[in-house]
Design a protein around this ligand. Sequence first.
Ligand code: AOF
Ligand code: ZN
Length: 363
Amino acid sequence: MINDEFYMDLALQNARSMKGQTDPNPLVGSVIVNDNRIVGVGTHLKAGEPHAEIHALRMAGDKAKGGTIYVTLEPCSHHGRTGPCAEAIVQAGLKKVVIATLDPNPIVAGNGVKILQDAGIEVITGVREQESIKMNEVFNKYIVKKKPFITLKAGITLDGKVATHTFSSKWITSEEARADVHQLRSENMAILVGINTALKDNPALTSRIPNGRNPIRILMDSSLKIPLDYNLVSDNEAETWIFTSKNHDFEKRKELENRGINIFITNSKTSVDPNEVVNKLGEKGISSLIIEGGGNINASFFENGLIDKVILYIAPKLVGGKDAPTFLEGTGVEEMNQAFELEDTNIKRIGKDFKFIGYPKYG
Ligand code: AOF
Ligand code: ZN
């Protein structure tokens, strides 16, 4: 049936297909309907470019007048890199605006709706609200906290291992699951590993799929142990930023900087505090980050309450061995009732493997 949900679904679907190319801006879609006909469709494509509503209004031209516009996010009210969409909607003579969810951006948050209502336009909010909120989980966190939305990703066996006791790890999951990981990388602005993983695997951390976008590679390396011929610092495939401690190797730092590697010196003399890394990335405009680090890095992000989402690719394999590394190490919690619980969970088959998604519940 053609109803508000039908048009909002269309706007949501268009918005979703831009995943990975609008950040740090949100995914936003818009549809204009007049006399039961779609007269304009618009989707936000890239930060700095016109917002979804503007594309739709341009397509509709005169046919927007007296019509209804569907938008997955409250039209903006501010003069940013582009003009306020709420005013453009008023000017175009729309009669009704249907919104999925309000914009959490503090400079908009309800002001867009106010502009529309003050101009006498009928405004309906909450159509497909949960879908829109979920679609913009990254933006919703970043715009309020100015910190990246952090996804912990690991490919594991059924017994939670990331390698055998001899450290053999290629490959745990199937090709299909690995392709999905490359998609995930291209949807995130940055990807982080610790020096132990870098030394063990010499990863490139690039997105090897057609049209894949490489995230910025973040390495936590307190003494700058990364060998100069390793991929992260020699392949020039993507930017690499290294977070180190005050007591790093100064000569090595110069060599790395000469190669265009960005070095951030954190406050500790011996280690790198994940909180400092995350705060700095937020300041630098990084809205999404995947952690693909070994068990200790993963544990330290978890223990600091920094993980927003967990994605596990689980291969139906068992390797056993008490010394085989798992994806979450550190000391671990003491009592079962202190376990990190995941909620809003979902699991689906992907090739021979399973993709598990869950959101840690803190506190
Ligand atoms: C909309 N429609 O399609 C988008 C919106 O830097 P600017 O000017 O692009 O502004 C970015 C902010 O505008 C962003 O943080 C969010 O609040 C809103 N994004 N709003 O009405 C859109 N992309
Ligand atoms: Zn706008």
